[in-house]
Ligand binder design. Structure first.
Ligand code: CU
Length: 273
């Protein structure tokens, strides 16, 4: 199957004694994996449905009530008896076996695909490591150089590893456009990674009811051209103004909440820097 192409297993012998099974990963993101699973399940589900419904319609036509046909059953089924179908149950056994093979193969394949996601961002692609902290009711992002901001800026086509935590109560950080969701729990970290493949502005938001401002606990995720991103990043640093801006963002969020909770997104105060 071409979808399996690229996923190979290798046997590695260490000290001529211990044999380890190594699954080579392909750097697929959660987004890639979900798209593949959805596509294959949709095609197979449609194919199985087409076969079952066609066979049912064929039999309904074949055994339709016709003139001169005696409708009484000569050998009605007894309780607990399986229909034989005239072939010692061969058809039943074959259809059960095919169903079992398809289901087991799909489960196995899904687990193998998830190895990619569990493996984390491929180190060879130089992933960006960003810390995410949820605090009632905003998100703070900290870059490797110490720069802190409330808008997540990332370059296109490069993996981003997020280490998510919370400064107060339970939150859940999520970016629906990248099929990404991570629990934000005080005192714990959750790692997730994604690789944005299209520039634009996306939305990150909180997915766990965390208080009166939960519905406005969101932020912009800006995917930039790599050059543009490098330029922006070079101008940031562990500087005091950035911290002040973050504090301003938090107080703006609080003011918005005090002023009446959820606002229409068109009225949202945009804070970018
Ligand atoms: Cu929340």
């Amino acid at each position: 199957m071409s979808l399996m192409h690229g996923l190979t297993t290798q046997m590695v012998t260490v000290n001529n004694q211990h044999v380890h099974l190594v699954l080579q990963t392909n750097g697929r993101t959660m987004n890639d994996v979900f798209s593949m699973l959805f596509g294959v399940f949709l095609i197979l589900g449609t194919a199985v449905g087409a076969v079952v419904i066609s066979y049912m319609v064929y039999n309904a036509y074949k055994y339709r009530d016709r003139e001169g046909r005696d409708g009484t059953m000569t050998d009605p089924l007894q309780l607990g008896e399986l229909p034989q179908g005239g072939g010692d149950g061969k058809k039943l056994a074959i259809s059960l076996a095919i169903s079992a093979i398809i289901v087991i193969a799909l489960i196995g394949w899904a687990y193998v695909l998830l190895v990619d996601v569990e493996a984390g961002a491929p180190a060879s692609e130089n992933p960006i490591e960003i810390k995410v902290e949820g605090i009632q009711f905003s998100w703070q992002y900290e870059y490797p150089n110490g720069h802190t901001t409330s808008t997540l800026r990332v370059p296109e086509d490069r993996p981003v590893t997020l280490t998510v935590t919370s400064g107060d109560v339970f939150h859940t950080f999520g970016i629906p456009a990248f099929d990404l969701k991570a629990d934000a729990i005080p005192g714990q970290t959750t790692q997730r990674w994604f690789r944005p493949n299209e520039t634009g502005t996306y939305r990150a938001q909180c997915f766990e009811l965390c208080g009166s401002g939960h519905s406005v606990m969101e932020s912009d995720v800006i995917v930039m051209e790599p050059n543009e991103y490098e330029q922006w990043y070079a101008n940031t640093g562990a500087d005091a103004p950035a911290m002040n801006n973050s504090a301003a963002a938090v107080s703006t969020t609080k003011t918005r909440i005090e002023n009446g909770g959820a606002e229409a997104s068109s009225q949202r105060v945009a804070i970018t820097f």
